[in-house]
Design a protein around this ligand. Structure first.
Ligand code: PGA
Ligand code: ZN
Length: 427
């Protein structure tokens, strides 16, 4: 509702091509909220993009790329959206899917629909004079997420001599304030850079796509460095910081051999050996978080690892792709205990919301996540708070990453005395 109580409608929809953090083209959408002939709000949203995408994600753009997406917005989508009540998010999202008419959004593109969908929510919030987190989460949304920050990386995000494991992460589980947690992660990042330089004499300070250091180093050395940095910084700041990893195991899996191939180490592991290896890493390095330890269709091995593990989140990214049907299957089988939430994997805000709700209902921890290719759009910060996700995965440093972290610092200050950190299990 706008000031006089009548619902604002979509007055204008426009899309343009902008750069993402890798310098690749992506889409940005503007939506104007109108009351009669008066503009009463504005929403702008940009879509991120992945480098190690799950096979079951929606398609990011139509075959003609961002240019075709922009044309589709102008010709196919905008004429149908104009005049719709901005608060009818579900109807709008359903219409986007209907206009696309494919099962994986390949006609309009999931990046196109997600940018429209989030821009709609931002415009609706603006028309009501509310921050997006409040519009989405109501008065009860006062919990800040724990930041999960990428501090050392390899795999598809870095060069050839970097570790096979895609991401080595830090999470300040003992922090009482979001700002303290975010600064703790940046300290861990800095310390990891120093330690990496000591271990790898060829290290020139190179970074991967998410701002994490990319040294010439094996997986175990990398884990040692990150675990040590977490411990040292924990001592300095006075609260616990734990390490985690995103294996992105589908990227390592060789279908023909039926094995996970660790090229850097010259080792190949079958599913059973991979599970044992993960259990060993979790125990040795006290990992708090392990994402995609197994390939994206192996629900059964995910379930076996989840059964055997104690005190560690096992999160599905490529496994679930923010898709309700896949999350339901995981719940049925006991695969994983945490779900990565990437809005552009599924293409609309309503579907993102449904995924978070389902995860929470079944005790699966939802982790709101960026992509490796990002923009300075800070909507992710609002989604984490508004949807009540206790963890946000959005890097530790770099402009497009700190855009989200800094917005959360602002939100924490807005909450004042009511601010609190989310509920983190296993602490
Ligand atoms: P992506 O990967 O954004 O490059 O797909 C990030 C992740 O696997 O979590
Ligand atoms: Zn991942």
């Amino acid at each position: 509702m706008d000031g006089d109580g009548t619902p604002a409608v979509i007055g204008k929809v426009s899309a343009r091509k902008i750069l993402d953090s890798r310098g690749n083209p992506t889409i940005e959408v503007d939506i104007a909220a109108m009351d009669g002939s008066e503009v009463v709000g504005f929403g702008r949203a940009a879509a991120p993009s992945g480098a190690s995408r799950g096979r079951h994600e929606v398609v990011a753009f139509p075959r003609g790329g961002v240019d075709e997406a922009i044309e589709k917005v102008a010709k196919l989508v905008a004429p149908r959206l104009i005049g719709m009540d901005l608060e009818r998010q579900q109807e709008i999202d359903a219409l986007l899917k209907e206009l696309d008419s494919t099962s994986n959004l390949r006609r309009i593109g999931g990046n196109t629909t997600v940018a429209i969908s989030i821009a709609v929510a931002k415009a609706a919030a603006a028309a009501q004079g509310l921050p997006l987190y409040r519009y989405l989460g109501g008065e009860g949304a006062t919990a800040l997420p724990y930041p999960l920050g990428n501090v050392l990386g390899g795999g598809a995000h870095a060069g050839r001599m970097a570790p096979d494991v895609q991401e080595f992460l830090a999470i300040p589980v003992g922090a009482r304030k979001f700002a303290d947690a975010a600064f703790a992660n940046s300290r861990v990042h800095r310390r990891v850079g120093e330690l990496a330089g000591m271990k790898d004499k060829t290290f020139t300070g190179g970074k991967g796509d998410e701002g994490a250091w990319a040294p010439n180093m094996g997986n175990l050395d990398a884990l040692e460095v990150v675990a040590r940095a977490c411990e040292e910084v924990s001592g300095e700041v006075g609260f616990e910081i734990r390490p985690g990893i995103d294996v992105a195991a589908s990227e390592l899996y060789d279908e023909k051999r039926g094995k996970y191939v660790y090229e850097r180490e010259g080792i190949a592991r079958d599913a059973g050996e991979q599970i044992e290896f993960m259990l060993e890493l979790i125990q040795t390095f006290k990992l708090f978080y392990v994402e995609d330890p197994l390939r994206e269709d192996d629900f059964r091995s995910f379930a076996e690892l989840t059964r055997k593990v104690k005190g560690c989140l096992i999160c599905g990214d490529d496994l679930f792709v923010t898709n309700v049907a896949r999350i339901k299957k995981g719940i049925r089988m006991g695969a994983a205990n945490s779900v990565l939430i990437k809005p552009n994997q599924v293409g609309t805000l309503s579907d993102t919301l449904a995924a978070v709700r389902l995860a929470k209902e079944h005790g699966y921890v939802p982790v709101m996540s960026h992509r490796s290719g990002e923009t300075p759009d800070d909507a992710l910060a609002h989604l984490a708070v508004g949807l009540g996700c206790p963890i946000i995965k959005t890097g530790a440093v770099g402009g497009e990453r700190v855009a989200k972290l800094n917005e959360l610092i602002r939100i924490e200050l807005e909450f004042g005395a009511n601010a609190r950190m989310g509920e983190l299990p296993l602490k």
